[in-house]
Design a binder for this molecule. Structure first.
Ligand code: HEC
Ligand code: HEC
Ligand code: HEC
Ligand code: HEC
Ligand code: HEC
Length: 232
């Protein structure tokens, strides 16, 4: 049920972006200039930043006149295949391989089946302060778009980490979607965040959740199990 919902909304989003919603060329140029001025620089020279010195980097992902979607090679319709074109473990420079956030291939799931787009959590042009290009404004839903945040993710433990122990959850990366009523599965069956005491576990808030909830639970990106719980 829920998964169908996600797929249908994805298609709607795609339709919108391939029709009159397209950015006119001038707008794109202006946006590009803005992007050039505001992006962070990456020390490692990867494609998700460092545009000030390597402006050619844009063409790796954006090639005009060569794609059905002239402004962007990326399209929500293609979904995560765009990201997997590099994040598949092949190629000269091998970026980390991950599975997207999903429980589709997780036998012990407690919620209905779901699968997220990478760009619901990541900003492909990098982020100036959040670790791992995590967006400041996460997309809880893609069509109609619902965003939540601002998410502060500047540390893996303690303050400004995955789910810090303070009064506010909306800025917590791992909770802000789970507590949002626009989330297809809202409210979650078990516990929405890192306090596992009600489920018989421990309160993990402030700890690095990826010790147990790895971005790729079994090391195979084809199995959709990103952030599902495993052994510590
Ligand atoms: C690693 C691939 C990649 C590179 C390199 C890249 N982009 Fe993008 N760009 C994307 C993706 C993916 C989107 C769609 C983002 C989304 O849906 O949130 C996008 C969206 C955009 C947009 C639409 C507005 C926005 O920010 O979402 C503009 C403008 C843009 N890119 C310009 C650039 C420019 C200029 C460069 C080089 C300085 C660049 N991009 C480099 C992947 C890339
Ligand atoms: C629920 C939000 C979410 C989604 C969806 C998501 N990511 Fe991530 N990603 C994160 C977080 C949080 C981190 C930092 C924690 C970590 O290192 O695992 C991260 C880290 C990464 C890293 C760095 C991993 C490393 O070992 O350095 C890569 C690469 C990555 N993501 C790519 C992707 C791709 C590609 C997709 C889609 C197939 C995706 N992500 C979907 C949240 C997400
Ligand atoms: C053109 C190849 C290419 C494409 C397409 C691509 N990546 Fe990457 N990505 C890389 C490489 C190479 C690295 C490692 C170097 C670096 O950190 O930039 C990387 C690193 C990352 C990281 C960790 C580094 C950081 O802090 O940002 C994340 C997160 C990530 N990619 C997400 C994505 C997502 C999400 C998409 C799809 C929107 C995507 N990538 C598409 C090549 C690519
Ligand atoms: C962009 C939104 C978003 C973010 C960010 C997010 N999640 Fe989720 N998560 C979901 C959705 C959607 C579900 C499905 C359940 C629901 O609909 O409430 C879910 C469910 C889960 C489940 C339960 C799966 C099951 O069936 O048992 C776990 C575990 C989980 N998320 C862990 C995490 C962790 C750890 C993080 C932080 C790294 C995180 N999530 C961040 C959207 C998100
Ligand atoms: C010691 C390992 C471990 C750590 C660390 C951990 N978790 Fe979990 N988590 C689990 C296990 C096992 C489950 C499944 C049983 C349960 O629900 O308690 C789970 C389940 C969940 C669920 C799913 C609840 C549902 O309704 O399906 C969420 C959300 C979650 N964890 C979030 C987090 C967050 C956020 C953090 C970091 C602050 C975190 N976890 C740290 C082991 C861990």
């Amino acid at each position: 049920m829920k998964r169908m919902g996600v797929m249908q909304s994805r298609r709607r989003w795609a339709n919108a972006s391939s029709g009159e919603g397209r950015l006119p060329a001038l707008m794109l140029t202006l946006l590009s200039l803005l992007l050039l001025l505001t992006q962070r620089t990456l020390a490692n020279g990867g494609p998700h930043g460092e545009y000030l010195s390597v402006t050619d980097a844009c063409s790796i992902c954006h090639r005009s006149h060569r794609n059905q979607n002239p402004e962007l090679v990326y399209s929500p319709e293609g979904g995560n295949a765009f990201c997997y074109s590099c994040h598949d473990g092949t190629g000269a420079s091998i970026p980390p391989i991950v599975s997207t956030h999903s429980n589709a291939a997780f036998a012990e799931r407690q919620e209905a089946s779901f699968e997220l787009l990478c760009v619901q959590c990541h900003e492909p042009h990098g982020h100036e302060s959040n670790l791992r290009s995590v967006r400041e404004w996460l997309r809880v839903a893609v069509s109609p778009e619902v965003i939540t945040g601002p998410v502060i993710f500047t540390s893996r433990t303690g303050s400004d980490s995955f789910d810090e122990m303070d009064g506010s959850d909306v800025d917590d990366l791992c909770v802000t979607c789970h507590i949002n009523s626009a989330n297809g599965g809202y409210p979650m069956n078990c516990h929405p965040g890192g306090d596992h005491t009600a489920a018989g576990g421990e309160d993990e808030r402030g700890n690095d959740c990826t010790g147990c909830h790895r971005h790729d639970a079994d090391g195979d990106r084809l199995t959709r199990d990103g952030f599902m719980p495993g052994d510590e």
